[in-house]
Design a protein around this ligand. Sequence first.
Ligand SMILES: [Zn+2]
Length: 67
Amino acid sequence: MLDYGERMSQSRNPDVSIGCPQCDATVSASVPPGPGIADTDLGETNRLQGKETRCRNCGHELELYYY
Ligand SMILES: [Zn+2]
């Protein structure tokens, strides 16, 4: 029996909503489907990907990180 441990289980919804730290507006950004957590044939290559987005309300730049 292999024990894979538990990974964060995220839905496949590509849209993430985050709150702007400056104006509290909700910023939604669509995250492109990456290698994700579906199949980890590559073993330990869990890449953290980032994406920059901008608050539509105040223009504050936000960075999203996702797997
Ligand atoms: Zn903002």
